[in-house]
Design a protein around this ligand. Structure first.
Ligand code: MAN
Length: 485
């Protein structure tokens, strides 16, 4: 910058004969020098005759008097290559006339003009070819992007259709739930009545069985007090009743039968226990014999498995009361059906509401000016690099095999000029003794998708390139079409 400013300062001076060596000067500066009589450099501190330019002696501290020789190369002054037909460039003056062709027009080697052929035309042709290929790639990429936009538009229309359907389904289901609940309440009210009646009947039956109906008030009072003081189990009820002297002959008969059954049961249990003990001992003996070296004949025809114990008889006084609780919890089939129907309607409504909320969330996300990102809402890209498989999902996470490289940072999903430039995944699995893993992906406009150049420049920090139509700019004619989002 300094040398250029200093050279430009020449213009302010009056006209005089031009110096012979104008190498390394820009055309504008050459034109100005042509009409100047002296050179001002070092921020106007020094004034020199114009013939000092490129006289191979470094007069100015800023080096601006020697852009075309290497005399001031220590100052950073630059030689301007005109490179006609290609791109002009600036090179350090240390490279002037050093025998190496740096400018494609060979102007840096002006002392040996035959040593450099002009390669600017070849370079320009190569450059044009590269540019043409690039613009063809970009055109194909833009076309592919346009297809994504169409796909996104369809997906959005479909989502809106689905939302309308779901909203109407939701309204129908809400009505169905309301009427199912109404029916359920009515049926349950009838069920309560049924239960009460059944409970009354079973209570009456129990009272009859216990002989309560024929008791005097005094006897009843005595039973109630007895029971209040010492009822621990249903057997105590029997004891309290017996204490009043009023007992039910039917229940007493059942109890007598139970006592007999119980005795028989105990006897059977002792018998089976004895058999099982015997079988266990036999089995142990057989196992011990099998381990010993003595030859022993084991009777394999004898069954050694333990016999099952018979179930204990139920005590009538206990089972008697069970009818009451059973009746009090009895289900009316119509009420059960109404309950099931109401639960089913509610389940369907919940399902529709959850689908609606998911859809709503999907529709509310930003998908760029023409909604293009909606087309890749559920898409992922994968690639293998070295020993690992990498995967990134546009609206999700990135992984190295099963290790998380983080979740996509929302801000990187906001297209710049409708084109995505970079995706950044952060907050991945913490690295041993290092940072949480992260993945930065630079996007390039391309017709097809490809994840490549995956690297780990520092431990657990990953970078890659992704070719994708999403990185292509939207054509200027693309309509936004996002009125509802
Ligand atoms: C794993 C991989 C590597 C990473 C090391 C760090 O092996 O995630 O990429 O460098 O862990 O310990």
């Amino acid at each position: 910058m300094l040398h250029r400013a200093a050279v430009v300062a020449v213009i302010a001076l009056s006209a005089c004969a031009a110096p012979t060596n104008l190498h390394g000067l820009t055309p504008e500066t050459q034109a100005k020098v042509a009409t100047a009589s002296s050179l001002s450099c070092d921020n106007g501190q020094k004034s020199l005759p114009i013939s000092s330019i490129n006289d191979d002696y470094c007069d100015c501290i800023d080096g601006s008097d020697e852009p075309g020789t290497s005399a001031c190369s220590h100052t950073g002054v630059l030689f301007h290559c005109l490179n006609e037909g290609y791109f002009s460039s600036d090179i350090p003056t240390s490279r002037v006339n050093d025998g190496i062709c740096d400018c494609c027009d060979g102007s840096d080697e002006y002392l040996h003009p035959s040593s450099c052929s002009n390669t600017c035309g070849v370079l320009k042709a190569a450059h044009d070819e590269k540019m043409a290929a690039k613009s063809a790639t970009e055109a194909a990429g833009r076309a592919a992007r346009q297809q994504l936009v169409v796909k996104a538009k369809q997906a959005k229309e479909e989502a809106f259709r689905k939302r309308t359907d779901l909203e109407s389904t939701k309204r129908d289901l809400e009505a169905a739930v309301a009427s199912a609940n109404e029916l359920k309440s009515a049926e349950e009210a009838l069920e309560v009545q049924d239960r009460r009646a059944a409970s009354q009947r079973s209570r009456q039956a129990v009272a009859d069985s216990l002989g309560l109906s024929s008791m005097s008030a005094d006897q009843l009072a005595s039973v109630i007090i007895d029971l209040s003081l010492k009822v621990y189990s249903k057997d105590d009820v029997l004891a309290a009743l017996r204490a009043t002297g009023v007992t039910s002959s039917r229940l007493e008969a059942l109890e007598a039968q139970y006592v007999a059954d119980d005795e028989a049961h105990r006897a059977e249990v002792s018998r089976i226990t004895a058999v099982n003990d015997e079988r266990r001992k036999l089995k142990e003996a057989a196992t011990a014999d099998a381990d010993s070296t003595d030859a022993v004949i084991v009777d394999t025809t004898t069954d050694t498995d333990p016999l099952p114990l018979p179930p204990a008889p139920a005590r009538p006084i206990v089972t008697l009361f069970e009818t009451i609780s059973k009746d009090e919890a009895s289900e009316r089939p119509e009420a059960k059906a109404a309950r099931d129907a109401a639960a089913d309607a509610q389940r369907k409504l919940d399902q529709a509401m959850s689908e609606l909320s998911t859809l709503q969330t999907t529709l509310e996300k930003p998908y760029g000016p023409d909604d293009v990102l909606l087309a890749v809402k559920d898409s992922c890209v994968e690639a293998t690099s070295g020993q690992y498989a990498y995967k990134l999902c546009f609206f999700g996470g990135a992984h190295q095999d099963t290790v998380s490289l983080g979740y996509v940072a929302k801000r990187t999903m906001q297209p710049v000029d409708a084109a995505l430039r970079e995706l950044k995944f952060t907050g991945g699995t913490k690295c041993w003794n290092g940072p949480e893993r992260s993945f930065t992906v630079a996007l390039e406009c391309h017709e097809t998708e490809e994840l490549y150049s995956i690297e780990e420049p520092s431990t657990c920090v990953y970078t890659a390139k992704l070719r994708t139509p999403l990185a292509c700019a939207a054509p200027p004619t693309a309509s936004a079409g996002h009125d509802e989002l």
